[in-house]
Design a protein around this ligand. Structure first.
Ligand SMILES: Cc1cc2nc3c(=O)[nH]c(=O)nc-3n(C[C@H](O)[C@H](O)[C@H](O)COP(=O)(O)OP(=O)(O)OC[C@H]3O[C@@H](n4cnc5c(N)ncnc54)[C@H](O)[C@@H]3O)c2cc1C
Length: 501
C-alpha cells in the first residue's frame, strides 16, 4: 500500500552520518514538509538548525499527500470572512498565493526536478450551486481571480465549478528530498521526551536546543497547550489509475462523498472516503475502485494508499509559539488536509518569529487563538475522549481470539482478558493491549490499513504495536505472537515494552 510518490522509488537514504550533536540553536522534530521547510528557512538565515526524524524524510503524511498546492481549500473564503473578518480573509488569500510562488522559487533555486506545474484548481458541485456562487464572490473580494464554469473535463455532469487560475501541483517527495539535502537531518531518530531545552531520543541520546519546533504532525506533548482537546485526525484514501483520461486542472468536490482528483504525468489520482481516524467506516478502497470502474472503464489501478491529517477547530493551521508558558517551543500542525500551503506558511511564520520578524499570517495561525470554533472543537474532542476512555471500561468483546480467521482482527477475549488480536494471513496470532499509549483510549482495528487506530486523537499502531502516527510515541504493550494456523493458546511471553497506561 505505497503511495504513487513512493512506489518504485527507493526511500531517500539521506541522513547525517555524524553522531547527533549535543547542542543546536534550533532542533526541529519531524522531517515532513513542515520540518524540512522550517529548517531550510532557518539555515538560509544563518541559524544552526538540526532535524530529528523518527523514520525517513517524507515517510509521514507528506509522502502520501495529493500534493495540490493551492489557495483553494474547499469552501474557505466565505466562511473566513464571516468568522475572522474581510481583512483576515484577504491576508490569508495573499499568503497562500505567496506560498505557491515560494514553492516554485525553491524548486528553481535548488534545481529540484519535482514536476512542479501551474494549472487551475476547481471546486465542483452537483447540488450546491449557491454555495459555490457565494464562495466565488468572497474569493474575488480576497483578490483571487475566481471564475464560475458550467462545464469541466470531468467524466460526470456537474452543476457548477469554481476555477482559481495559476495554482500548482508537484511530486511532493522529489521536492522534499531536494530541500532535505540542504539541511542537517538525522533520520531514524525518534524524540521521546522534551524537558526544558533538552530533547531525549529513543536511544537515550540528549540534545540541548535553544528553540524546539514540534513539526511531528500531531504534537505528542499534552501540557501546556492542551492540543489534544482541540485537534483530531481525519483519514482519507487514494488510488492511482493508468489508462484513464488525464486532467488539465485539479478538482475537489464540495458535496458529501465527492471525489478529489488530479493527474500526475499519465496517471490519474482519485481521493475520497474521509473519516475520523479510529472510527468504523464504509470500505473506502472498494468505493474508489467502483468510481474508477464507472467513470474510467478500462483503466487499471496501479497504487492504493491512505493518509491522515490533523484537523483544527477552524480549519486553519496552528503555527507559532507552542504556549505562553514555553516561549522557546514552536508548533506546526492543524493543516486540515491543506498542508502544502499550510506547511510553507507555518515554516515561514516560525522561522520569522525565531529571527524576531512578524509574518502577516502569524495572527491568523497563532496556536493561542481561541474563538467560537475552538470552543466548539474542544467540547467535541472532550466528548470523543470520554467515549474512547469509556469504551476501555464498558466495551465487552463479543468474540474470542479463537474465532478470528486469517486476515481478521478485533478487540476480543483472550485468556479471560480483553486483548487486541490480529490473525495474519499465515494464521499467526498477534495480541496486544488495545489501549493507546497517548492517553489510554481503546483502539479500533482498521481493516483497510491493517492498523490499530485511536478514535480519540488518531494515533496509529502496526499489528505488533509499533507507533506509526503521532501523538503516541511509544509502543503498545504486546502480549505475544503465536505461530501456527490455529494458534491461540500459546503460553504468555513477557511484554516487549510495558509503558502502557
Ligand atoms: C489523503 C490526503 C491528501 C492530502 N492532499 C493534500 C493536497 O493535495 N494539498 C495540500 O495542501 N495538503 C494535502 N494534504 C495535507 C498534507 O499532506 C499534510 O498536511 C502535510 O503533508 C503534513 O506535513 P507535516 O510535515 O506536518 O507532517 P508529516 O509529513 O507527517 O511529517 C511529520 C514527520 O514527523 C515525524 N515524527 C513524528 N513523531 C516524531 C518524533 N517523536 N520524533 C521524530 N520524528 C517524529 C514523522 O515520522 C513524520 O515524518 C493531504 C492530506 C491527506 C491525508
Amino acid at each position: 500500500m505505497e503511495s504513487i510518490w513512493k512506489s518504485g522509488v527507493p526511500p531517500f537514504p539521506y541522513t547525517q552520518n555524524t553522531p547527533l550533536p549535543r547542542r543546536a540553536e534550533v532542533a526541529v522534530v519531524g522531517g515532513g514538509m513542515s520540518g524540512i521547510l522550517t529548517a531550510l528557512f532557518l539555515k538560509e538565515r544563518g541559524i544552526d538548525c538540526i532535524v530529528l526524524e523518527a523514520g525517513e524524510v517524507g515517510g509521514g503524511q507528506s509522502g502520501n499527500t495529493t500534493a495540490k498546492i493551492t489557495c483553494q481549500h474547499g469552501l474557505r473564503y466565505a466562511a473566513l470572512e464571516k468568522k475572522k473578518g474581510a481583512s483576515a480573509a484577504r491576508v490569508w488569500a495573499e499568503c497562500c498565493l505567496g506560498a505557491i510562488d515560494a514553492y516554485e522559487a525553491l524548486a528553481e533555486k535548488y534545481r529540484i526536478a519535482c514536476d512542479f506545474e501551474r494549472l487551475p484548481a476547481m471546486l465542483y458541485t452537483r447540488r450546491q450551486e449557491e454555495k459555490l456562487e457565494e464562495e466565488a464572490a468572497a474569493a474575488r473580494r480576497c483578490g483571487i481571480r475566481a471564475e464560475l464554469r458550467r462545464r469541466t473535463e470531468l467524466p460526470f455532469d456537474i452543476l457548477l465549478a469554481l476555477s482559481y487560475p495559476a495554482q500548482a501541483q508537484f511530486h511532493p517527495l522529489r521536492f522534499l528530498w531536494g530541500i532535505a539535502k540542504q539541511v542537517k537531518v538525522w533520520a531514524g531518530c525518534r524524540v521521546c521526551e522534551v524537558k526544558g531545552h533538552t530533547l531525549t531520543t529513543e536511544d537515550g541520546e540528549e540534545v540541548e536546543a535553544q528553540k524546539i519546533v514540534w513539526a511531528s504532525h500531531y504534537p505528542p506533548e499534552n501540557f501546556p497547550g492542551l492540543y489534544f482537546s482541540r485537534l483530531h485526525q481525519s483519514r482519507s484514501y487514494a488510488i492511482a489509475l493508468s489508462g484513464a483520461q488525464t486532467l488539465g486542472a485539479m478538482y475537489y468536490g464540495i458535496d458529501e462523498g465527492a471525489l478529489s482528483l488530479r493527474s500526475y504525468r499519465d496517471s490519474l489520482i482519485l481521493v475520497g472516503g474521509a473519516h475520523r481516524t479510529g472510527i468504523d467506516h464504509a470500505p473506502p478502497f472498494a468505493a474508489l475502485r467502483d468510481a474508477a470502474k464507472k467513470y474510467y472503464p478500462g483503466a487499471r489501478v496501479t497504487a492504493e494508499w491512505s493518509a491522515q491529517d490533523v484537523m483544527s477547530g477552524d480549519g486553519l493551521p496552528l503555527a507559532g509559539t507552542f504556549s505562553s508558558l514555553t516561549p522557546d517551543r514552536y508548533l506546526a500542525t492543524g493543516y486540515s488536509k491543506w498542508g502544502m500551503t499550510g506547511a510553507m506558511l507555518a515554516a515561514q511564520i516560525i522561522a520569522s518569529d525565531i529571527c524576531g520578524e512578524r509574518h502577516p499570517a502569524a495572527p491568523i495561525c497563532s496556536p493561542a487563538r481561541f474563538g467560537l470554533s475552538e470552543l466548539r472543537a474542544t467540547a467535541q474532542e472532550s466528548a470523543h475522549a470520554v467515549r474512547g476512555l469509556g469504551r476501555r471500561l464498558l466495551h465487552i468483546p463479543a468474540e474470542t481470539a479463537e474465532e478470528l480467521s486469517p486476515g481478521m482482527a478485533g478487540v476480543v477475549f483472550y485468556k479471560g482478558e480483553k486483548r487486541g488480536a490480529y490473525r495474519d494471513e499465515a494464521g499467526n496470532l498477534h495480541t496486544l493491549r488495545p489501549y493507546c499509549t497517548h492517553l489510554g483510549c481503546e483502539l479500533n482495528w482498521n481493516p483497510d490499513t491493517l492498523t490499530w487506530d485511536c478514535p480519540c486523537h488518531g494515533s496509529r499502531f502496526s499489528p505488533d504495536g509499533v507507533p506509526l502516527d503521532t501523538p503516541a510515541t511509544s509502543h503498545l504493550s504486546t502480549c505475544c505472537l503465536h505461530t501456527g494456523r490455529n494458534a491461540a493458546q500459546a503460553p504468555n511471553e513477557p511484554s516487549r515494552k510495558d509503558e502502557q497506561p
